[in-house]
Design a protein. Structure first.
Lengths: 286, 284, 784
């Protein structure tokens, strides 16, 4: 496509810049707010919800007094948030681990093998991808209970190991890999497992990176599953479910909590940036 | 392609077993649930539950709202991301920074951003300030019909990046030469867009469209945080209904509502799939 | 040899749970004056239980023989209280004291604590002499316990006199002693953990040979116990980042504290009855209704060994020579086996979600009657996991106690997740003998699903006794809500010139508005269930509530209340004038004769008034593995309903009840009266004007008290019963309704914000009611 030039370019750039600012502003604001003192934030949060026509909330971008008070409260004084944070990390790590071991092989099987029922299984996976959580939520409780997993962390983790969306995503990528790669390796005498490990996986690095990042985002954000399967064990809840409670209580340090909550996702993004982007590009989306 | 079936098994089985256990079995098990009456005795009642639920005014309200919200969100997201990606494609490499920042919101947990959203749309907040500067009156953003706007905006904010990236990828796959040739032939920009761009990105468009809908149905979380279990009427979604039923120990209604919804979704997907196939056949 | 074999054989064939026994149960259905267990001493293998109360006694239990001997302590107590001797005659030679503090009123002596020393038990007593203008304290008398002829008494002579000065402190002319929380005798010393009236703690150490005292200042100590090596075990609570209980060893000589065990309080109840058994190196403790044994003294390795009927026992317990654990608190004492092999096979788990007055009593009685069932009474739980447990078909909890107002209970009731109790004759007939509104509430389709365990409820009321002072009669009181609003408007003019107040002084505007609102809405939702609230009639009433003229009614604002308390203006502002209306009047039966009568108001002229009553119930988990045991427990609960609940729910309970020691109390007052008269005579004879005046006043007071004593001194007064029966016809049980869901759910914040706005006057009645209607309508349409 022709490159845009001159005035049009400037206009487009300006609009996009505006959009970019809007997109990033919430995060920037969260980080800025997290550096205000607790008292300041409490007072500020109190001003919301007022229906007084004559008053406005302050546009409070820069903290009056830069302070690490919020962080201190979260990390040192009151351990609740930190503990929830650790829980979230645990869930994300365990989920990703299991997914890494189970999903790529399955995607491999569905893309590079021919066997009866393959199309059927794949179609089923697409259907499952579209289901909202509530459809399987209640019967899942019975399954998990009979396996003795209710009220343990595995109730949340295990189902995620088989999440259909990632199977779909990776499979689509693998389908686009030229078969010559495999044939070449086979000619060198590699068995299927070898082919998988030494040829397929390295080539799939972009999509695996992308899937990992997306899965991390989802695991970090789990709400329904812990609420349903871990109702009795408050101490096992991840930060995502408890966050709302923290936020609604106007504790004054919810911004540091939010910042802490966003940070890992941010790191993951920065780390996997290239992978996400190139991985999606190379996926043949049929 | 491997042909030997026995080789497949070690790769396939673990995943397949898990899917059967945690997704397929509950899916079918849930059907049984929706056919019983859910008291302690748990009698079989056939389709009575379905009739009850479909006739329930709150279910209907939830369904209507979910559909409406999705109808607002998905096309908006689709169009917006398409336009953006087209723009960005024409602006590379300058668009690289933007491309990076647009994906960031997707990875951000929405509950963390929600607080900021609530601040922006507060009665005394910046959005209202801008409105008054423009000569309009203040709006009660956090109630009633008006709450839909912040919710939709939150949805767009979050999902824009992902869709843009997919579209961009598809757009960048189209060889430059095609366009050069068309320009030489005298085709105008809109003509090029429709004859070249659009057909070639149909598969990706399809994927994006599906994803938009799937995510739209998942809006519930944010609505719940803002509006509570019983939000104002225009925001009472199907998931509110299911969630409340769950809280009343009425799992029958939860599954009934869920399956009814699932059937709808499948029908929709089937329709789209069929359309996409036709479109693809027609265009190639 | 034979004995040992016999013992072994018996041990093997013994029933599970055998050996557990109740040593003292001091709860009762009436919960009044049933006595309290103040001290327990273990010496030479025997257990000495010191029971205070109306019939003070010392119970000595010998675990080896299984026998209990009871010694009367009441005589000794009466004597120590100066009731059986003329105290006036003693100590009037204290010239200086007489001058400064005036005449002696009375001298009391009481035993502060008991401790064993060299095979004998001693008490440390404290004597207080009350005079006109102050008192004197003479304490630290260590006297030996003498058991003879079925009576317990203290030796007349002190074995030792402790240096008591450090225990006393004065303010003004009053002398107080520091309150001893726990006492431990160890080695040659007596340790007392004390509090003064500012909450400062000290550890007093008395040398038992010389009586000398040294004092160490300590902080946040909960309890002390002797440890093997002559040191002290100290229990502390630590709040803060992580709530925990810490048990440490304290060396009094070096004043060093060495932590031994830590128990986290994050997700479990607190730990009590800690005891260490050196022979098996096991640490025992009780928590959440069960006794745990931790081998190697490591709490994280603890396993359940038995049930513990005593909730909130003392921090430290003792082990008998037979290895049983003695768990006790002021309410009861039990012996429990610590060998898990002896534990009963059947465990009954009771989870209360609400406080119930008769739960302690029923638990004790049940535990002592059913040795073959281990009754685990958990600490108060959080309802949020109940529905989940039902869905998961959990069977670990057998009996639940909760309020009928809870929405979780409503969900269970509607869907039938309660065990059918109709099979129990005892329960069915008991429920049938109560008011019909009870049966209607707990039965469904003819099946009995729950039994009542407690009642509560309050609304605005009035004082019948003060009607006269105000110039009104019972007929003048309003009978409808409109009438009530009119009444409040007219009241100021009716009260002008009279020595009376509209409301009690200790109330404020916000409280009055909110109780009126709350009662009105509760009543409306009971009687007009399903109808919208935003009606002109209701709006009108709410607006009138907003517009109540509090200035005219002389009701203070919150700032004024604070001022009154700080500047002590209670009397000045007419606090002791009789008041007509009471902000909070109890709806269940009030035994107190002077209690207020709740106002029963009809919503409109033709409508009958309704008084909503909150009831808590017990029911059995349908998935329970031990339904018979659970039903048996419910039968015990039902048979021992506490007094208030009994009178409130049973229409046939109409007998007023005297305090058990009514006659004795009267005799005592008679004695004081007589001795006061004697003093008056003496004063008249000596011609001392001032003294004559004083004693005349005192004699007059006693006369008044005696005259009204029979009429006023009731445990359950006839007036209380009569007033209750009058209002009982308006009572309906308040069950779970949509309003509760609105108050407590995620939309609760919105509601409370609106309600506060209404009470402050910034939100209109229409806005509040339409908000309620909208949300309730949604809930109702969803159906159940």
């Amino acid at each position: 496509m022709r490159k845009m030039k001159g005035f049009r370019l400037r206009l487009a750039q300006f609009l996009l810049l505006l959009l970019a600012i809007l997109l990033l502003l919430p995060m920037v604001q969260t980080f800025l707010y997290s550096f205000s003192s607790i008292g300041e934030m409490k007072a500020f949060m109190k001003t919301r919800g007022s229906y007084d026509e004559t008053q406005w909330m302050e546009a409070h971008l820069i903290p009056n007094l830069v302070s690490l008070g919020q962080y201190h409260q979260i990390l040192i004084a009151d351990h609740t948030v930190l503990w929830l944070f650790v829980n979230s990390v645990m869930y994300a790590a365990l989920i990703l681990l299991g997914q890494a071991l189970i999903i790529p092989p399955m995607a491999f099987a569905l893309s590079k093998f021919r066997f009866p029922g393959r199309e059927g299984i794949f179609f089923g996976i697409i259907l499952l991808m579209l289901l909202p959580f509530q459809v399987t939520m209640v019967p899942n409780v019975l399954t998990l209970r009979s396996l003795g997993l209710i009220n343990t962390i595995w109730a949340v983790i295990l189902p995620m190991w088989f999440a259909p969306f990632y199977i779909f995503l990776i499979r689509q990528f693998m389908v686009g890999l030229p078969n010559e790669l495999i044939e070449a390796a086979e000619m060198d005498g590699a068995g299927t497992w070898s082919v998988y490990l030494r040829v397929i996986l390295p080539v799939c690095r972009p999509i695996l990176g992308a899937a990992a990042a997306l899965s991390f985002a989802e695991s970090w954000n789990l709400v329904e599953q812990p609420l349903t399967y871990l109702a009795a064990r408050q101490e096992l809840q991840p930060l995502s479910t408890m966050f709302n409670q923290l936020a609604s209580e106007n504790t004054g340090f919810e911004f540091a909590g939010a910042a802490l909550y966003i940070l890992p996702a941010l790191f993951v993004y920065l780390f996997f940036q290239e992978d996400i982007l190139s991985g999606i590009q190379l996926t043949e989306l049929k | 392609m491997y042909k030997k079936k026995s080789l497949v098994l070690p790769f396939l089985l673990p995943g397949l077993a898990g899917i059967l256990l945690f997704y397929v079995a509950p899916f079918f098990g849930g059907i049984w649930y929706s056919l019983t009456d859910g008291s302690y005795e748990n009698a079989f009642v056939g389709f009575q539950n379905y009739l009850n639920v479909w006739q329930n005014p709150m279910f209907q309200l939830g369904l209507k709202n979910t559909m409406e919200l999705s109808l607002i969100c998905s096309p908006s997201l689709f169009l917006l991301s398409f336009v953006l990606s087209v723009l960005l494609n024409r602006m590379r490499p300058a668009g690289a920074f933007f491309r990076n920042s647009v994906l960031l919101p997707y990875l951000m947990p929405s509950s963390a951003v929600l607080i900021i959203w609530l601040l922006w749309f507060d009665y005394g907040g910046p959005v209202n300030r801008i409105l008054t500067l423009l000569g309009q009156g203040r709006v009660f953003w956090l109630q009633g019909q008006e709450l839909r706007l912040p919710v939709v905006l939150l949805f767009l904010w979050k999902n824009l990046g992902f869709c843009v990236v997919i579209f961009l990828a598809a757009l960048q796959a189209i060889p430059e030469s095609l366009y050069e040739y068309a320009t030489l032939e005298g085709a105008s920009f809109p003509r090029q867009a429709f004859s070249i761009t659009l057909p070639l990105i149909v598969p990706s468009a399809f994927l994006v469209f599906i994803l938009c809908w799937v995510n739209a149905f998942r809006i519930f979380k944010e609505v719940y945080f803002i509006g509570g279990a019983y939000p104002d009427e225009p925001l009472y979604t199907l998931q509110n209904y299911m969630n409340n039923m769950y809280g009343k120990l009425n799992y029958q209604n939860v599954t009934t509502a869920a399956y009814s919804f699932a059937v709808l979704v499948f029908a929709l997907f089937g329709l789209l799939f069929w359309m996409q196939r036709r479109a693809q056949r027609g265009l190639t | 040899m034979l004995a040992m074999m016999l013992a072994l054989a018996l041990g093997h064939t013994a029933l599970a749970g055998e050996g557990d026994r109740a040593l003292a149960i001091l709860t009762s259905d009436d919960a009044y004056y049933s006595g309290s267990l103040e001290n327990v001493v273990m010496m030479d293998g025997k257990i000495y239980l010191f029971i205070n109360g109306m019939n003070a006694e010392l119970r000595v239990y010998d675990p080896a023989s299984g026998e209990t001997v009871s010694y009367d302590m009441q005589e000794m107590e009466d004597r120590m209280n100066g009731l059986t001797q003329d105290a006036v005659e003693t100590e009037s030679e204290e010239g200086e004291a007489q001058e400064e503090l005036g005449l002696i009123y009375h001298t009391y002596e009481n035993a502060l604590c008991w401790f064993p020393m060299e095979g004998e038990i001693y008490a440390v007593t404290n004597r207080i002499t009350y005079r006109e203008e102050g008192n004197q304290v003479d304490g630290g008398h260590v006297r030996k316990l003498i058991l003879q002829d079925g009576k317990a008494d203290l030796a007349a002579e002190d074995t030792l006199k402790l240096d008591w000065e450090g225990m006393t402190y004065t303010y003004g002319s009053w002398t107080e002693i520091k309150y001893p929380n726990s006492t431990v005798a160890s080695g040659n010393r007596l340790y007392m953990l004390t509090y003064d009236n500012e909450g400062e703690q000290s550890l007093e150490i008395f040398d038992l040979t010389t009586g000398e005292m040294t004092e160490q200042s300590v902080q946040d100590w909960n309890d002390i116990a002797p440890s093997e090596d002559g040191r002290l075990m100290v229990a502390q609570y630590r709040w803060g980042e992580q709530a925990e209980q810490v048990i440490s060893l304290y060396d009094p000589d070096s004043e060093s504290l060495e932590p031994l065990y830590r128990f986290s309080l994050e997700n479990s109840g607190s730990v009590n009855s800690i005891a260490y058994q050196p022979e098996t190196d096991t640490l025992f403790f009780a928590r959440d209704g069960e006794i745990y044994g931790a081998k190697g003294g490591d709490p994280s390795q603890a396993e359940v060994v038995n049930d513990c009927p005593v909730s909130s026992g003392r921090s430290f317990a003792q082990l008998t020579e037979q290895g049983q654990m003695l768990v006790w608190n002021y309410n009861g004492a039990f012996l429990r086996n610590t060998d898990p092999a002896l534990r009963s096979e059947v465990t009954l788990r009771v989870r209360p979600y609400t406080w119930s007055r008769n739960l302690d009593n029923a638990s004790f009685l049940f535990a002592s009657e059913h040795n073959d069932i281990a009754l685990v009474r958990e600490s108060y739980g959080d309802e949020s996991t109940l529905l989940q447990s039902m869905m998961n078909r959990d069977s670990d909890v057998d009996v639940y106690l909760m309020s009928m107002e809870s929405s979780a209970f409503g969900a269970l009731f509607d869907r039938g997740f309660l065990l059918d109790l109709s099979g129990s004759e005892a329960l069915s007939s008991a429920v049938d003998s109560l008011y019909p509104f009870v049966g209607d509430a707990v039965k469904k389709d003819g099946k009995l699903l729950a039994i009542p365990t407690g009642v509560s409820g309050y609304t605005m009321g009035y004082q019948p006794k003060n009607l006269e002072a105000v110039g009104l009669t019972a007929e003048d009181m309003p009978t409808t809500w409109e009438g009530m609003m009119d009444f409040l408007e007219e009241l100021p003019s009716r009260l002008s010139g009279k020595e009376a107040r509209a409301f009690e002084l200790y109330t404020d505007r916000s409280s009055i508005r909110s109780i009126l609102l709350r009662s009105l809405l509760a009543q409306y939702s009971l009687t007009h269930d399903g109808e919208p609230m935003n009606t002109p009639a209701l709006r009108n009433l709410l607006e009138r509530i907003q517009k109540i003229n509090f200035d005219a009614l002389d009701v203070l604002s919150e700032e004024d209340m604070m001022r009154m308390e700080e500047e002590n203006l209670y009397e000045e502002w007419g606090g002791s004038k009789p008041s007509l209306l009471e902000t909070y009047a109890n709806i269940p039966m009030e035994s107190y004769a002077m209690a207020a009568q709740p106002l029963a108001l009809g919503l409109t002229e033709g409508e009958e008034p309704v008084l909503p009553l909150s009831m808590s119930v017990a029911f059995v988990n349908p998935y329970s593995q031990h339904p018979e045991a659970a039903i048996a427990f419910l039968e015990t609960l039902m048979a021992h309903m506490d007094m208030e609940t009994r009178y409130t729910l049973n229409p046939n309970m109409n007998e007023p009840v005297r305090y058990p020691n009514h006659e004795e109390q009267k005799k005592n007052i008679e004695k004081y009266y007589q001795s006061a008269k004697t003093n008056l005579e003496k004063a008249t004879a000596s011609g001392d004007e001032e003294e004559m005046e004083n004693w005349t006043e005192i004699v007059k007071n006693y006369e008044e008290t005696l005259r009204d004593f029979d009429q006023n001194n009731w445990m359950v007064s006839p007036e209380g019963i009569e007033r209750y029966r009058e209002r009982a016809k308006y009572i309906q049980i308040q069950r779970w309704n949509y309003l509760d869901t609105l108050y407590s759910g995620e939309n609760g914040e919105q509601y409370w914000g609106l309600q506060q706005g209404f009470l402050d006057g910034t939100t209109s009645a229409g806005d509040l009611l339409s908000f309620i209607d909208k949300k309730v309508q949604m809930m109702r349409l969803e159906g159940n």
